[in-house]
Design a protein around this ligand. Structure first.
Ligand code: NAD
Length: 247
């Protein structure tokens, strides 16, 4: 079995660092023309250098997923230059917390605006192109937190639960155009979002003991799933939430 993604065009949001960067680099390594977006210019420049050094095809755009004007500009430019968009990975996300009585309204809004509304706005811009093509793969970042309630995560968990249901609804809307829409739900993958690997050893162990596999996930565990979902092998999978959580 060989996953052939060569020559496909992908947009990956929030790809300046963490899981998104790993997804972008993995797709590019598979021959995908990979358009990456983020709000962090210095991380984007760093990624641009890696693309140049490795001879990967793609481009980088400063783009905030909360701003439809910026998104529309990127999508227009990609369509003009590359003619199509095969894969959209809505990875950009933030995780702000606090118990409901202490949670700041702005933190609630930030979680909902970036994680949920940002996913909607990206889809709103890209779906018309995928409909014209009568094909496409939309892959959204949900989270284990959408299912398992964790202390102080109301804003983040609610936004990710929203992403899951949005995914099911969109899958139903886009089925007739052969566009699939799925979610990946990471569990505990050490990144700059959560700093799991920097916690005191005892605290790390307490978290790891909650996992069936008893070890942290890796960013490429997610990237490999994305490659599968974007490939022909996953053509009959839509409206699903796939855990990458170590059980
Ligand atoms: P991260 O914080 O390392 O990376 C998130 C990226 O999104 C950053 O590059 C950031 O600049 C970008 N971003 C933030 N706001 C943005 C905006 N408004 N517009 C565009 N880009 C923006 O996080 P990560 O751990 O790599 O997580 C990636 C995705 O996976 C997120 O959606 C996250 O919620 C989800 N997730 C991660 C884990 C985990 O264990 N790491 C678990 C569950 C879900």
């Amino acid at each position: 079995m060989h996953i052939d993604l060569n020559g496909k065009v992908a947009i990956v949001t929030g790809a300046g660092r963490g899981i998104g960067r790993e997804i972008a680099v993995t797709l590019a390594r598979e021959g995908v023309i990979t358009v990456v977006t983020d709000i962090n210019e210095s991380n984007l420049n760093d990624l641009r250098q890696e693309f140049v050094q490795q001879g990967y095809q793609g481009s980088q755009y400063l783009c905030d997923v909360r701003e439809f004007g910026q998104i529309a500009e990127v999508v227009r430019d990609v369509e003009q230059k590359l003619g199509r968009i095969d894969i959209l990975v809505n990875n950009a996300g933030v995780a702000g917390g606090g118990t409901v009585d202490t949670l700041q309204e702005e933190v609630w809004d930030l979680n909902l605006d970036i994680n949920l509304k940002g996913t909607f706005l990206m889809c709103k811009a890209v779906v018309p192109i995928m409909k014209k093509q009568k094909s496409g793969r939309i892959i959204n970042a949900a989270s284990f937190a959408a299912i398992v309630p964790s202390y102080g995560s109301a804003a983040y968990a609610s936004s990710k639960a929203g992403v899951e249901q949005f995914t099911r609804v969109l899958a139903g809307e886009l089925g007739p155009w052969d566009i699939t829409v799925n979610c990946y739900s990471p569990g505990m993958i050490p990144t700059d979002m959560n700093h799991f690997a920097e916690l005191p050893a005892q605290q790390q162990q307490r978290l790891l003991d909650t996992l069936t596999l008893r070890h942290w996930g890796k960013k490429d565990d997610v990237a490999h799933l994305i490659c599968f979902l974007a490939s022909d092998f996953a053509g009959y999978i839509t409206g699903t939430m796939i855990d990458v959580s170590g059980g």
